[in-house]
Design a binder for this molecule. Sequence first.
Ligand code: ATP
Ligand code: MG
Length: 558
Amino acid sequence: MEEAKNPTAAEPKKLNFLEEIIEDDLKSGRVTSVMTRFPPEPNGYLHLGHAKSLCINFGLAQKYGGKTNLRYDDTNPTKEDTEYVDAIKEDIKWMGFHWDKELYASDYFDQLYEWAEQLIKEGLAYVDDQTQEEISKGRGTVDTPGTESPWRNRSVEENLRLFREMKAGKYADGEKVLRAKIDMASPNMMFRDPLLYRIKHASHHRTGDKWCIYPMYDFTHGQCDSIEHITHSICTLEFDVHKPLYDWFIKTLRIWPSHQYEFARLNLTYTLMSKRKLLELVQKGLVSGWDDPRMPTLCGVRRRGYTAEALKMFCEKIGVSKRDQMMDIQLLEWCVRQDLNARANRYMVVRNPLKLTITDWEPGKVEWFDCPLNPADPEGATRKVPFTGELYIEREDFMEDAPKKFFRLKPGGEVRLKYTYIIKCEEVVKDEDGNVVELRCSHDPSTRPGGGEWRSVKGTIHWVSVPHATEITVRNYDRLFTKEDMNDIPEGKDYKDYLNPESLTVAKAFAEPALADDQSGIAVQFERTGYFFKDPDSTPEGLIFNKTTSLKDSYRPE
Ligand code: ATP
Ligand code: MG
């Protein structure tokens, strides 16, 4: 018999453009193994954009059996701090990535200095006494060539002496700079005598007061890549214009040829990802800190209950592109739900309680139900849920004048209390003002799951037993900003004008007792409501849960 072809066999996944480049490089022998690096500047906490960069840099190295260095780009002593260095490492570990070497651009300051002297000696760099304004004016524009600095033709000896004096601390900040001597008329502005070193009398978080001159980004990054033999130096699109200079330094210094490749940075709706602005939110107290659950930082979304698995799923879905685009935050939330739906433990929590009394229940009797922690795994672990004659249900699960299609509780109607009995609403008790304060119900003992005859009703609602309920605090989070495209702030407006005043509301809720014993370490599902993550501010007496995301959403990924 002829064997049938399997029509569902998955097509091999199309390579992204970086994978194509790497496979070509391995085939042609330009490289024999893959080495990438993740180069954060330790001037803030990592955010969701960095998660994309992490997934690309570590992901590609993993896929091709290579390695990734963690290299701090620490050439700006006044903005950097060891607090950030430590936080960045914690975040990368949380994402589940392992770096090969932990390195710092500052490890190479001596080597970079030597290369600067080499350029001076070869007549390719000079000390410029112009002010910052004069220098930028002399640069010209895209349409007009720049003008040469009056100091451009100093002798090699004079340049060497002055540069050494700069290093020795003879000059004040801004008094002199070292520039490459390339071409003030180049159509590429980057080649119009770029700055190599600036004077900054500031203590560095690693080198202390050893240096008072610091190399510029362009004179640092490519050389560090070269020293570490980074085969694919992957960065965001805005560095595209720096690439010819990156190559020029490598060629001119005659060092190991690293290559740079650019991809589109991550932009997300309703989200800001500039470290400078995030720092301002923290410093002005507009959020509770870098790890405020509304922040797009990795420590923020972690405290919100997002998982590293969900972030990786998201990065996988958005892929790697060469064109800037705005991604929908709902796709990220969808990924969070996908991951948590499969893994989160379930508990019943009532947020806006209405008392429900089972009038035909023996007073004081407690019946314990074994309920699955995750219905996707019915054979898996269970939790014990106590049922009594005194319950809370969600106020919105009862309606006095209910429309026909309302399948939850109404006067004279029946509903199943999740995992337990079908009950019937016999009487509605109101206070003097006519507010419903209690429902009096009967239960049908024959409807106990697993016993008697199975009978079904349309509605199932969650509940908790009043004498067993744990009162908890719930922090409900919403988007931090109200504007969809936070990269496009109109003239005269400030990004802070779009802060959502309702991004945090706090409420009490009543939980079944097993919630307090949850050891899963990830967010849990409050049944029929959403996912919630235990906040580190919790104490055994005062549990606090942060809303991760609601349970359902009409959003579907394309
Ligand atoms: P910001 O502009 O938020 O301050 P940055 O680019 O200055 O970010 P770095 O610490 O220099 O932050 O970035 C480390 C790496 O992460 C770089 O390779 C950078 O290109 C990448 N990266 C930063 N932001 C994003 C983003 N939104 N999407 C993808 N990659 C990003
Ligand atoms: Mg940067």
